[in-house]
Design a protein around this ligand. Sequence first.
Ligand code: ZN
Ligand code: ZN
Length: 144
Amino acid sequence: MPELRNCIRCGRLFNYIGGVPLCIACKEDDEEEFKRIKKYLQENPGATISQVASELDVSIEKIKKYLREGRLEIVGDEGIPILTCEKCGKPIKTGRFCNECSRNLASELSSVVKKSDFGSNYQRDGGMGFRYLSRGNSGNKRNE
Ligand SMILES: [Zn+2]
Ligand SMILES: [Zn+2]
């Protein structure tokens, strides 16, 4: 039996199926808006968030939401700290965590099951990486 809910945006009652409680109309709206942002960014690479917001009449919060959801990515200027990693606070371009933290989180989550991360940790902490050994011996002999 479908559950009736109020749309969080327009307040209308609708058949809730899961996910964000938006009615179909608002969900479509959302998609449309997202597409507009995406298109705008394709045409204006490197546009700032506030530029996009004012040009398209979309709230900055909304754009940030898309970024958090990983549906948009900031391209171009790396310096804009619009999003920060929820763990370490580093500026990031998309999603909720920086690459490092999301890798750590992922390995934390999966470390019980698999230990694929073992290799990289080993390399990093070991301090015993490979050294360049002289190759001169074999290289120079045939030089005549
Ligand atoms: Zn609605
Ligand atoms: Zn981080």
